[in-house]
Design a protein around this ligand. Structure first.
Ligand code: CA
Length: 521
């Protein structure tokens, strides 16, 4: 029996809907509404529900995703070549903090088992991180990390992992350029991520531009041993004269790791309220289902987190740019709305310097998955933020704690690039990462657990040991958005308490990729 032809409509005023059926549908397929397909339409792609004359607005999520380049009869495949993309909205004359703030009822009684840190933050993992000032030391640190894992870690069973914070920065860069503050504060704040227990240990080369005292000035990091508060960070400098030969460097790093491992190993998980979660959400490898299944479920879970008093960050400048009026309207205050305009305006100019705009975002995979352009992608992306007021805005590389931002829904202004967004959310203080994907990506981080949510059941089936949650069950009608949102919320508490994600199981660790808008030399 041929399965029933189905489409999903996002809003009653939309004139297009997307095809649900696995493998798409052939021309001639008839929907329960009586609409007949004129073309073969791939899964996740759009079908015209009515005749759309040339020049008319094509509407999805009740917003214009473009104008028809020619007459589009009802039942036609509405692909990207038929759409004229609208221009980006100006950043002037926006509605600023105008939306009535919904009062979300508090959600009490939810907890997880976390590691409480001296500064009051809570880790979901107990990891020794070794900070590096420069890429030059990466090979040596990787070697030392291998030895620590092999020789020391078995003696410290309560420590989850040892991670070298390797990156491409530190030298060969214009370190005094104004925008260099972004990569520098990113590295500083990642070193202080709650999953590292406040233990700071630095490996430096010696001659690099980013000196340890500049990366971590006194007062910017906790001192947990007997050193004076004015001292710089505990640093192993490879060029120090006492190092004779490679093994002396390795021995030095391994020895220095011991007291950190001892302190971390003495910690135990304790019951903490869900309000201690700091969740970063992003999407990657998006398709037309992202904005229909996974992202709305994440949005529902985002509201649960806000109701529980937790912090949830959404990001990805180029994927919210076309919805800027929705964001500024949802800001909790005009100051927050101003900060949104400031960050997105700065990003517009950053893109202009490279002679592109936000439309450079969409990938061939996005288009193959049914997303015609960045406007359509943005509307599906922003749903991840739920409905709460935006309580604060974070500049790239800044941390929530250092900036004193309130809990609740935060816009962390970052590029949409998966690795850069994840790196900046780590710097912000994220202790749990939610990642939705439609095309599929094996993304993972060594520093923080990543829960991956598949937008389609077909992907969840094929990548059964890579995807942590199947949001495709919304499209099949098996679960409601609310039910899946609750499932995700409970999974978040389990993973925060130590349950391993698939990316952790397979040790899939993407690199830290810094956002460096400043020149290199
Ligand atoms: Ca992304």
């Amino acid at each position: 029996m041929t399965p029933q032809a189905r489409y999903i409509l996002m809003h009653d005023d939309d004139n297009v809907a997307i095809i649900v059926n696995d493998g798409g549908l052939p021309a001639g397929a008839v929907f329960p509404s009586g609409l007949t397909l004129r073309d073969k339409v791939p899964q996740g792609h759009k079908v015209a529900l009515v005749d759309i004359p040339a020049g008319e607005v094509v509407r999805r999520y009740n917003v214009s995703i473009g104008r028809a380049r020619s007459d589009i009869p009802a039942g036609s495949w509405v692909h990207e070549r038929l759409l004229e993309m609208p221009a980006a909205r100006e950043l002037l004359g926006l509605p600023m903090a105008t939306r009535a703030q919904p009062t979300l009822p508090p959600l009490e009684g939810h907890t997880f088992e976390g590691y409480r840190n001296a500064d009051g933050s809570v880790g979901t993992r107990n990891i020794l991180a070794i900070t590096t000032t420069v890429q030059c030391v990466a090979g040596v640190v990787a070697n030392a990390v291998r030895r620590i894992k092999d020789e020391l870690l078995p003696q410290y069973p309560h420590v989850d992992d040892v991670v070298g914070l390797e990156h491409s920065y530190g030298c060969g860069v214009a370190i005094d350029a104004p925008d260099a503050v972004i990569p520098i504060r990113t590295l500083r704040n990642i070193s202080l991520n709650p999953n590292f227990g406040g233990e700071v240990m630095v490996v430096s080369l010696g001659c690099e531009k980013l000196q340890p005292e500049r990366l971590l000035p006194p007062g910017s990091f906790p001192i947990v041993d007997e050193r004076s508060p004015e001292a710089g960070p505990e640093t192993i400098c490879l060029q120090a004269e006492r190092h004779v030969g490679f093994m002396s460097m390795i021995d030095d790093i391994v020895q220095s790791a011991k007291p950190h491992l001892e302190r971390l190993n003495a910690r135990r998980r304790e019951t903490v309220p869900a309000s201690e979660l700091v969740v970063g959400v992003q999407c990657g490898g998006s398709d037309a289902f992202s904005g229909v299944t996974a992202n709305p479920a994440v949005g529902f879970a985002a509201d649960l987190l806000v109701r529980a008093g937790a912090t949830i960050m959404f990001s990805e400048n180029t994927e919210v740019r076309d919805a800027v009026d929705q964001l500024t309207a949802r800001a909790a205050s005009t100051e927050v709305a101003d900060a949104i305009v400031r960050e997105l305006g700065w990003y517009d100019r950053y893109l202009e310097r490279g002679r592109v705009d936000r439309s450079a975002n969409t990938t061939p995979g996005n288009k193959a998955g049914g997303l015609s352009n960045i406007v359509e992608k943005a509307m599906g992306s922003i749903i991840k933020s739920g409905t709460a007021p935006i309580a604060g805005v974070l500049s790239p590389g800044d941390s929530l704690r250092a900036q004193g931002l309130p809990k609740g829904l935060i816009y962390a202004a970052t590029p949409a690039s998966d690795f850069i967004c994840g790196t900046l959310q780590l710097a912000a203080g994220m202790n749990l990462h939610i990642f939705t994907t439609g095309r599929g990506t094996p993304y993972g981080l060594a520093e923080c657990p990543v829960i991956k949510v598949a937008t389609r059941s077909d992907l969840a089936r094929r990548w059964h040991d890579l995807m942590d949650l199947d949001a495709g069950r919304i499209a099949t009608g098996e679960l409601s958005i609310e039910e899946l949102g609750w499932e995700l919320f409970r999974l978040m508490l389990d993973v925060a308490s130590g349950k391993k994600t698939w990316a952790e199981h397979w040790k899939l660790h993407n690199a830290l990729v810094l956002f460096n808008p400043a020149p290199v030399t």
